[in-house]
Design a protein around this ligand. Structure first.
Ligand code: UDP
Length: 569
């Protein structure tokens, strides 16, 4: 039985010393300790003594190992990407607070000793059973485990969770398909269940949304912040001087400078970086809590287009700032942008921070065209006049993150084959499979799970939340569900990957084929050709092709906690 922890001291010991990155994480954990403790107490009450098994968990932070170059640690004090460190610190804190037994490694040697690989013997099967129920790692760590576990890697990979900032879509994860269809990247094709990849933001429902936390304010702090806001103070998003090299900045900076005092937190060694104009008040890279203090005073947090999708905008909004960012037209993706090139996703990024744009929006978030001076100026003027309360989505609070990780640990099981998708792989098997337990909704627009079917599989999320919708040709399933106030749920694909489901949706099929394609099940526009999915690993919420209408499994979700359906806890 796992017992919620009452303090974080033991975790700080477990993390070890000797790297700037580790010091950064420990400082963060210490700073947020009270918030974690309060959140754990609240979740404990909510779960009301429910049975939770204590898991033995290995956390191997691959990108911090010398063997993968550890390029991060030396950059921690220079404004390098801190987002990953923020997330790892929060994952460690959450797993620990939930009461699990943890081992933390940041070197190959420690990894080998914890896995039970004898020194000097790489690439051999483990001689004793793996002593961990779960392993949280990243792509670097995954590679190291594969190299050092030999055949045991295949056996145990279902226990792995990969922390993967930008996400891995199913088409890139499936080795054979990625190779055949040109989805090969430097990162992809591990043939894991796509939900084993855990992202920083809910990018694609194909992956699990891990997230991180931002500091929560109490009522007094909120009042104080509102009273002390300086409506003419702006802070620029970004710690590295390179973000100031953005095209066209002279024009929009001149407008901003007309109305507001501009502050920056750009790292520098001895003198002002030449990219940062003289009228900007640059504080240099600040320690995290001082950065929060700056945000508490500022009215506006403004993005120049890079870095993409980091924690800072959420922190700014949580501290009562308005976040202003550029709309990307056309959207940035691995097809047209250097940064995303080679990443295992085709996601189209419509602004610097799509989560802020789609999940938060006005009045906290303004997404505008920076090349349109009128639109930009009007936004600045309105923002300065508007009173905005500090806001933090529940899923980014400590309690929200604990609740989500608790649910994953309780319910996600990628090792038991009985929980694997049960859809038939051939036409004849399809004929023999049990009848569809779906029924047309009262207004005939979509299918719902029918209680009169008399059976409901042991599934998580529970199938009662399932709705089947047909996509427009230009939409992914993610988008199709989103437009109905729902979220795509890939674990449900297996219930609609059946010939009769087309019939139930009044789609007439002249032919039905079973094929490997991440867009299937789908119907080809105009020609009445229906397609079912042959490879369950390719079920994907992401992806569209104007040739097809896709069958999409959608579900409801908890307000502020998109990863969980209403009955999912
Ligand atoms: N941050 C900081 N000092 C600063 C500016 C930012 O410690 O002067 C922190 C900030 O609190 C945030 C983290 O850096 O939690 C990562 O921020 P960002 O969104 O820039 O993401 P990154 O690109 O670093 O992953």
């Amino acid at each position: 039985q796992a017992a919620f922890r009452r303090d974080l001291a033991r975790l700080l010991e477990l993390i070890g010393t000797g790297k700037e990155s580790l010091s950064f994480m420990k400082k963060r954990i210490r700073h947020l300790a009270q918030q974690w403790l309060r959140a754990a107490r609240r979740l404990e009450q909510k779960l009301a003594g429910r049975q939770r098994d204590q898991k033995h968990i290995l956390i191997h932070i691959g990108f911090l190992t010398e063997e993968s170059g550890d390029v991060f640690s030396p950059r921690v004090l220079k404004g390098g990407p801190l987002g990953e460190m923020v997330q790892w610190a929060d994952i460690l804190a959450a797993l620990f607070m939930l009461g699990h037994s943890l081992r933390v490694t940041v070197s190959l040697k420690e990894l080998q000793s914890h896995l039970g690989v004898p020194p000097g013997r790489g690439n051999c099967p483990l001689t004793s059973p793996l002593p961990f129920d779960l392993i949280y790692t990243d792509y670097h760590g995954l590679q190291q485990m594969k190299q050092h576990m030999g055949l045991s890697f295949k056996k145990y990979r279902c226990r792995v969770r990969v922390i993967d900032t930008f996400g891995t879509e199913p088409a890139y994860n499936h080795e054979e398909y990625a190779t055949l269809r040109g989805y090969r990247t430097n990162w992809g094709y591990w043939n894991l269940q796509p939900a084993q990849f855990m992202t920083m933001f809910p990018h694609t429902p194909d992956n699990s949304f891990m997230g991180f936390v931002s500091e929560e304010l109490n009522q007094t702090e909120r009042q104080l912040i509102k009273a002390n806001k300086v409506s003419s103070m702006a802070v620029v998003y970004g710690k590295e001087a390179s973000i100031w090299k953005v095209q066209g900045k002279e024009k929009f900076l001149a407008i901003l400078n007309k109305y507001m005092e501009i502050h920056g937190t750009v790292y520098y060694e001895t003198q002002r970086p030449p990219e940062v104009p003289a009228f900007v008040k640059n504080h240099g890279l600040l320690p995290q809590h001082e950065f929060q203090q700056l945000l508490r005073k500022a009215k506006l947090f403004i993005g120049f287009g890079f870095p993409y999708e980091g924690p800072a905008p959420l922190e700014a909004i949580a501290n009562g700032c308005v976040f202003l960012q550029a709309r990307f037209h056309p959207p940035h993706s691995s097809l047209n942008h250097e940064f995303f090139r080679g990443k295992p996703t085709s996601r189209e990024v419509s602004s610097q921070h799509p989560y802020a744009e789609d999940f938060i929006g006005k009045p906290h978030v303004w997404t505008v065209d920076y090349n349109n001076s009128e639109e930009f100026e009007a936004a600045i003027k309105t923002i300065m006049r508007t009173q905005v309360d500090p806001y933090l989505p529940y899923e980014y609070t400590c309690e929200g993150m604990l609740e989500r990780i608790h649910a994953y640990i309780q319910h996600q099981d990628f090792c038991t084959t009985s929980s694997a998708p049960a859809s038939p792989k051939t036409k004849s098997a399809a004929m023999q499979s049990p009848p569809s337990p779906l029924a047309l909704s009262p207004n005939s627009t979509h299918l719902v799970w029918s209680p009169s079917a008399g059976w409901a599989p042991q599934a998580w999320p529970p199938v009662g939340s399932l709705q089947v919708w047909v996509s427009e040709p230009q939409h992914t399933c993610t988008e199709t569900c989103r437009r109905r106030g729902l979220v795509c749920e890939p674990t449900f694909f297996r219930f609609l990957n059946k010939e009769e489901v087309f019939l139930q949706l009044s789609i007439a099929c002249d032919s039905t084929e079973f094929e490997m394609n991440h867009l299937y099940p789908a119907v080809a526009e105009g020609v009445r050709e229906c397609y079912l999915q042959k490879e369950p690993l390719l079920f994907s919420c992401a992806g569209y092709n104007t040739k097809y209408r896709r069958l999409c499994p959608c579900r409801d979700f908890r307000q502020g906690q998109v990863a969980l359906c209403r009955d999912c806890l």
